[in-house]
Write a protein that binds this ligand. Structure first.
Ligand code: PSU
Length: 304
């Protein structure tokens, strides 16, 4: 039996010809950003990947098939859909086997990208260890996926709503390379620096591509987390955000928000509390990540 995988004609052609491809997730569209900025951003990200010479492959589960590459109509329908499932490693097979529809998180998008033969994936920020995890045990399945599936994920670090020191510790335990791009500090999503030193630093797309290929040569499972700082002009200083994040987190705790609902709740509240500033920054950092991911994909497709 083969997986119920549907590659768009453009993606199938690029895979067959060994052209650079960049996988893109859909949870950021359905749960990460409000309408209509979610659709506008998804379209802009695809256009950015194309301008950079790669082929975008937005991934989602539609009526029991894993789509890699969405046509404009499907992308728009997904962006407008309500109550879409948020799929991670645990629920992907159940959704496919029951003919369901759902958006893919970082974890599920990595699985799909790997099945389709795509090595590089751009997103905003990965999930990680939530604040208070010592009692809630809330740790994103994205971390385990980075340890298991050989896809290089370009993000602006882990989201600043998380406990970043604990997230780094878990990634270290899992053997996931965390590579800051062009600086020593780990970026913190909306801000360029988390104040923590990243375990690794690389300055060029070519180096990052070479490290991806080397992991494969060594037979190491798992991918790389490329932590690309948000452009300076778009960042929100960490000290401006800290009280906002604390308020959103306190509201989530008071309302008993748990499991998969935590991240979407926090992102939405921070959007409201910053009068949309957090969304502008989120869009800017995703586009920035799409550009770097395209350059890495080009180097993997045609090594120097
Ligand atoms: N990047 C963003 N916004 C998002 C996400 C990433 O800029 O909403 C999504 C990704 O799909 C990621 C998920 O996998 O947030 C993390 O969810 P959780 O913390 O529940 O694992």
């Amino acid at each position: 039996m083969t997986p119920p995988l549907t590659l768009s004609p453009e993606v199938a052609d690029a895979v067959a010809k060994g052209r650079p491809l960049v996988a893109l997730e859909s949870t950021i569209i359905t749960h990460g950003m409000p309408w209509p900025q979610n659709l506008e951003t998804a379209q802009k990200v695809e256009a950015t990947v194309r301008e950079a010479g790669a082929v975008p492959a937005t991934i989602a589960v539609l009526e029991g098939r894993l789509h890699v590459g969405l046509d404009p109509e499907r992308l728009e329908a997904l962006a407008q859909a309500r109550d879409v499932a948020k799929l991670s490693r645990a629920d992907l097979a159940v959704c496919l086997a029951t003919g369901g529809t759902g958006a893919t998180t970082v974890a599920a998008t990595m699985i799909a990208a790997h099945l389709a033969g795509i090595s590089v994936f751009a997103t905003g920020g990965i999930g990680g260890v939530h604040k208070g995890a010592e009692t809630s045990f809330d740790i994103s399945a994205d971390l385990q996926e980075l340890a298991a599936t050989p896809v290089t994920v370009v993000a602006a670090g882990a989201k600043a709503i998380l406990d970043l020191p604990k997230t780094l510790e878990v990634l270290e335990t899992l053997g996931v390379p965390v590579i800051a791009v062009g600086q020593d500090a780990l970026p913190a999503f909306w801000s360029r620096s988390s104040g923590l030193r990243a375990p690794l630093r690389m300055d060029t797309a070519a180096e990052i591509a070479a490290a991806h290929v080397m992991r494969g040569t060594l037979g190491l499972p798992g991918g790389q987390l490329v932590a690309n700082p948000i452009p300076e002009a778009d960042e929100i200083p960490a000290e401006d955000l800290a009280p906002v994040i604390a308020q959103a987190q306190a509201e989530a705790d008071a309302q008993g928000i748990a499991a998969k609902d935590v991240t979407p709740f926090l992102l939405q509240r921070i959007f409201e509390l910053t009068d949309g500033r957090s969304l502008d920054a989120n869009i800017a950092l995703v586009l920035n990540n799409a550009r770097l991911a395209s350059a890495i994909a080009a180097h993997i497709a045609a090594p120097a």
